[in-house]
Design a protein around this ligand. Structure first.
Ligand code: UD1
Length: 366
């Protein structure tokens, strides 16, 4: 059988790496299973894309659709047109999409509309309930046409059942992002900022901000940054800046002098920093999962999360986007009263193997 694996943006690369490895493992055992790695080009900078492929040992993509930047519709359109062309030349038997980025939705639609190609959604079923997030629309649209759901939590399973998905389409397998985390942990790399800023273990905080709701309005962005700086009381704040945020900060007049800003870091460098940090302040979803597994206190500057297990079980706490919530959270952290947290079920580093075995069983590959 031929499987297309779709990857478009930074968090996708982390999620597909173990799936590619698990397929190759099966190939080496003689299972007749082929794959085509399709990079949509949604993220294209060296630091947002190429470095991830290199560090995670992902083979070069077989196809690059080179969609690049644009509005939501422009990006969706370019990816759909590119992927449809590829499918018309040579269709696949199964299209695997991961996560919730624009590429996930665009490729699932293109596949489904060509001869009803089967779609598998890795990380299906998660919901924030916030329809202002482009990712939430991507999740809902993708799940509405997905055939096989590979899920990360019981909550995701229940969301799917509530929307009318049959039990035999849902495979609770765990989290491929955590497969990558466990595999790469022994290879984490100390980034240059460690020495240049004299960072010490548990002596600094990592922050990331890139959600449109937090960064696209510079007065909001400024308020959040000011409050974080005030609340950190001189503890170094290391801030790898996403390109979207960098564009907004440029010429904004926001005082960033108290932040240690870096370019986007590679996977191995970023997670080195998270693992040794006193805490993380973020508006990302994936980072809350990694912080949970590494037991690092995590403050999320969002009003909702599609990953509630990181709060119920893990180290994450949702602060919302009102800067007033930041000082009390920092006080709790500095008083060493942050919860300890545990690891969600099946986040054990073996998820991709389970996914590939299910696919072999479903398609009766032999
Ligand atoms: C996307 C995902 C988001 C994910 C994030 C991780 C969607 C809707 N959002 O958001 O879920 O958490 O990736 O990074 O898919 N840009 C560059 N270089 C790049 C990529 C982007 O400069 O390599 C610029 C673009 O020009 C654009 C901005 O960054 O102005 C945003 O990129 P885009 O892909 O639209 O969404 P992200 O904010 O990265």
């Amino acid at each position: 059988m031929l499987i297309d694996i779709i990857a478009g943006a930074r968090p996708n690369f982390i999620k597909i790496a173990p799936i590619v490895s698990a397929i190759v493992e099966k190939q080496n055992e003689g299972v007749p299973i082929e794959y085509r790695l399709v990079h949509t080009g949604q993220h294209y900078d060296k630091k947002m894309s190429h470095d991830f492929f290199e560090q995670l040992g992902i083979p070069d993509p077989d196809h690059n659709l080179e969609a690049g930047s644009g509005t939501q519709a422009e990006q969706t359109g370019k990816i759909m047109i590119g992927y449809e062309k590829l499918l018309l030349e040579k269709p696949c038997d199964l299209c695997i999409v991961v996560g919730d980025v624009t590429s996930t939705m665009a490729c699932s639609i293109a596949a489904k509309k060509i001869n009803n190609i089967k779609v598998a959604h890795v990380e299906g079923g998660i919901r924030s309930g916030d329809w202002t997030m482009p990712e939430e629309i991507n999740r809902i649209v993708t799940d509405s046409i997905t055939d096989y759901f590979f899920t990360t939590s019981e909550r995701a399973n229940s969301n799917l059942r509530k929307s009318g998905i049959a039990d035999n389409q849902i495979y609770f397998v765990g989290n491929t992002m955590i497969d990558t985390l466990y595999k790469q942990m022994p290879r984490f790399i100390q980034p240059a900022v460690w020495e240049s800023e004299n960072l010490t273990e548990k002596g600094y905080i990592v922050m990331t901000l890139h959600r449109p709701a937090n960064v696209d309005d510079t007065s909001k962005l400024g308020e959040l940054i000011n409050e974080i700086v005030r609340s950190a009381k001189g503890i170094p704040l290391v801030f790898p800046v996403h390109p979207r945020t960098a564009k907004m900060l440029a010429d904004s007049g926001i005082d960033t002098s108290k932040l240690t800003m870096t370019e986007p870091l590679s996977y191995l460098e970023f997670n080195y920093l998270v693992q040794k940090a006193m805490a993380v302040v973020t508006d990302s979803g994936g980072i809350t999962e990694e912080a949970t597994v590494m037991g690092v206190p995590c403050m999320t500057l969002r009003d909702s999360t599609e990953r509630p297990e990181t709060c119920d079980i893990g180290t994450n706490e949702l602060l919302g986007t009102d800067p007033a919530a930041i000082p009390p959270a920092f006080e709790k952290l500095l008083a060493k009263e942050w919860k300890k947290g545990g690891i969600p079920e099946l986040w054990d580093g073996k998820t991709a193997g389970r996914i590939v075995q299910h696919i072999i069983d479903i398609f009766e590959v032999q």
